[in-house]
Design a protein around this ligand. Structure first.
Ligand code: ADP
Ligand code: MG
Length: 655
């Protein structure tokens, strides 16, 4: 309400501007939604049905609210004389404040995100309609077909009836409803949405078109929909134009894919198709029916910490709430759908639901089912599964530390890039384990934000050379679950950028002894260099040592064995104001020509040989080596101007 400005006030009413959000949204509706005009009816019916659900729920506590008429219904009627189409419900209704708040502003914080994405889609030459579907424009879709909309409403239990009127341009009027408008309500209760139909949308004044549209979009709505004037429909009279039975209670064999998809769009307010649909009935200790969907597209707010689960709860067909915390796990927050419980009491307070043991059991059961279905999907439809993983994998992985009891099932559906396909294809952990070398005991991984940088990491060289597979972990969440989950099927996870790694167990046993001998030799000749580097870089590194992982690069950085992994430390700094500063270990490749040259230089300079040490060259080289190691793994150099000066000095010598 905050951004509305009062334009004029009179005894009869008030004119107000739309909030900036609504104006922009209406602009999009007018310009971008040029196809699929008929969805406006779906949106209005969906609101009407929601209003009936809400009153049905309130009437459990306060039966007086519906004592005039306990049955809920929606009427659609057209008036060809005035060229209006009305959608009328006897649901919860709205008072003056609610009309202003619900229809004059957009409470949903996603609007700004929507606008931004629509702009991006347009700039990229894509159809923004798809995006709008993802967000849902709801009530405002009416302006695709109407030049003016009048909403007449009376909140259940109150006596005032208000009218909200707008041409969908700059603002709206709000005033007490006239007698004629009041007569539009069904039995004096609920809401009537009256649309002045534009000439180009005249087809929506035809019974056939209305029936078709209702059948297409709203057949599954649990409230009866009638096509005639309210006064023409008494109890038991007339035939509803929809089936008006809860879709989820019908046998699976009687539900078509289109109906499932349409129900998905009804509950998500979206236009997209679900990637996966699961419909089942649980019988036994707890009884419930569930119809769950996994969307094709990630919602814009998937990583918004305030995002709630989006599975609706019903108790024996009565809608209870669409935001029951605890009904789904946070890591399944992208799952949409409904759960209809046979066990919960109808008059349960929404607040007490979160810790209800029945809800907890249902949650676990939903998780098992979804994970099982995803596992099946990965086998039966790999491309669809890959889509799923790309959109939701990172969220799902939160479950690895959040829900230990489901960890094994989550691992089954986890996919990772790895050196096996050079980061092109996903692999499962089971596949990784199958490919492990006979005496390989650990599952190797490297973590970082950027796959391309990871692929070129020098720390991988030794693993590549020995044919040891390494997983690329690129989601922030990876560093978190790895802290909590030590192993998979008895095989510990091991960062290749941490500690002193023993690359034994390679398949080049024959050459191994010779190789080691060589390392030992070069190791000895490197002793002076190691000492020199340690003292020059004492401020920056915890240790300098001969590397067992490098084959072609000269240097790399690794985390000390007991410390925190380097990428994890960066992640913590970003996300949790972590102040720690673990010094890394610099590893040098004793077989590298550059290192050998430096070793010679350091040997000559060793103080016991009595010569004056050429400290400047060695000093610059040491810092350049460290900076190089930082750059390779995508870290900034600590002092760019010193780096440039040293680099120039070295190039000068080289030329
Ligand atoms: P959404 O349905 O996604 O919340 P809409 O734009 O369709 O968004 O509707 C905005 C709000 O207006 C609804 O959340 C509801 O509070 C209110 N509303 C719309 N239509 C009705 C109606 N027929 N009866 C009661 N409230 C309604
Ligand atoms: Mg709506």
């Amino acid at each position: 309400m905050s951004t509305q400005t009062k334009k004029q006030e009179s005894a009869s009413g008030q004119s107000m501007d739309f909030s900036a959000d609504v104006s922009r949204l209406l602009d999009i509706v007018a310009h971008a939604l040029y196809t699929n005009h008929d969805v406006f009816l779906r949106e209005l019916i969906s609101n009407a049905a929601d209003a009936c659900d809400k009153l049905r729920y309130q009437a459990i506590q306060t039966p007086a609210l519906t004592k005039d008429n306990p049955s809920f219904r929606i009427h659609i009627y057209k008036d060809t004389d005035t060229r209006t189409l009305s959608v009328i419900d006897n649901g919860i209704g709205m008072d003056r404040e609610e009309l202003i708040d619900n229809l004059g502003t957009i409470a949903k914080s996603g609007t700004a995100a929507l606008m931004e994405q629509v702009k991006q889609a347009k700039d990229a030459g894509k159809d923004p309609l798809k995006l709008i579907g993802q967000f849902g424009v709801g009530f405002y879709a009416g302006y695709m077909v109407a030049s003016k909309i009048t909403v007449v409403s009376r909140k259940a239990g109150e006596k005032d009836i208000w009218a909200w009127v707008s041409d969908g341009r700059t603002g709206f009027d709000i005033r007490p409803a006239s007698e004629e408008e009041t007569a539009r309500l069904d039995g004096g209760r609920g809401t009537a949405v009256i649309l002045d139909i534009k000439d180009e949308a005249a087809e929506f004044l035809l019974d056939e078109k209305i029936k078709q549209t209702v059948e297409l979009y709203s057949d599954h709505i649990d409230v009866k929909i009638f096509l005639n004037r309210p006064e023409e429909t008494g109890e038991g009279e007339g035939q509803p134009i929809n089936k008006a039975s809860a879709l989820w209670m019908r046998p699976k064999s009687e539900i078509s894919k289109e109906q499932y998809d349409e129900f998905y769009r009804h509950i998500t307010h979206g236009f997209d198709e679900p990637l996966l649909t699961s419909h089942w009935r649980a019988e036994g200790k707890i009884e419930f029916t569930a119809l769950l969907y996994i969307p094709t597209l990630r919602p814009w707010d998937l990583y918004d910490p305030s995002r709630k689960g989006a599975v609706r709860l019903y108790v024996r067909r009565v809608f209870i709430s669409d935001a029951v915390e605890g009904l789904t796990y946070p890591w399944l927050r992208f799952v949409r759908g409904i759960v209809d419980s046979e066990d919960l009491p109808l008059n349960i307070s929404r607040e007490s639901l979160q810790h209800n043991p029945i809800i907890t059991k249902i949650r676990s059961s939903l998780a098992r089912r979804v994970l099982g279905d995803l596992d099946k999907l990965s086998r039966n439809d790999p491309p669809a599964f890959t889509t799923f993983w790309g959109q939701f994998g990172a969220a799902l992985k939160e479950g690895l530390y959040d829900a230990v009891e489901h960890r094994d099932d989550i691992f089954k559906v986890c996919r990772f890039y790895s050196t096996h396909d050079d980061g092109e294809k996903f692999t499962s952990l089971a596949q990784y384990v199958e490919r492990m070398k006979d005496d390989q005991k650990e599952i190797y991984y490297i973590s970082g934000e950027n796959l391309d940088i990871l692929k070129t990491s020098p720390q991988l060289e030794g693993f590549r050379a020995r044919g040891l597979e390494v997983l690329y972990l690129t989601d922030t969440v990876d560093d978190f679950w790895l802290q909590q989950v030590p192993e998979f099927e008895g095989k510990p996870f091991r960062s290749v950028t941490k500690g002193d790694i023993d690359l034994g167990g390679d398949d080049q046993k024959s050459s191994k002894d010779g190789e080691q001998e060589q390392t030992q030799q070069t190791g000895e000749s490197c002793a002076a260099l190691l000492d020199a580097l340690k003292s020059i870089l004492a401020e920056d590194v915890a240790d300098v040592r001969i590397s067992k992982r490098l084959t072609s690069s000269a240097v790399c950085l690794v985390a000390p064995a007991t410390g925190i992994d380097m990428h994890m430390e960066r992640v913590l700094k970003i996300h949790q104001k972590y102040e720690g500063n673990t010094k890394p270990v610099l590893e040098i490749n004793a077989g590298h020509a550059l290192i050998q040259k430096l070793a010679e230089l350091a040997g000559k300079n060793a103080p016991e040989k009595g010569e004056s040490p050429d400290n400047e060259t060695l000093n610059d080289a040491a810092h350049l080596l460290l900076d190089q190691a930082r750059i390779i793994q995508g870290q900034p150099v600590s002092d760019p101007s010193a780096f440039a000066r040293r680099m120039a000095a070295f190039m000068g010598k080289g030329l």
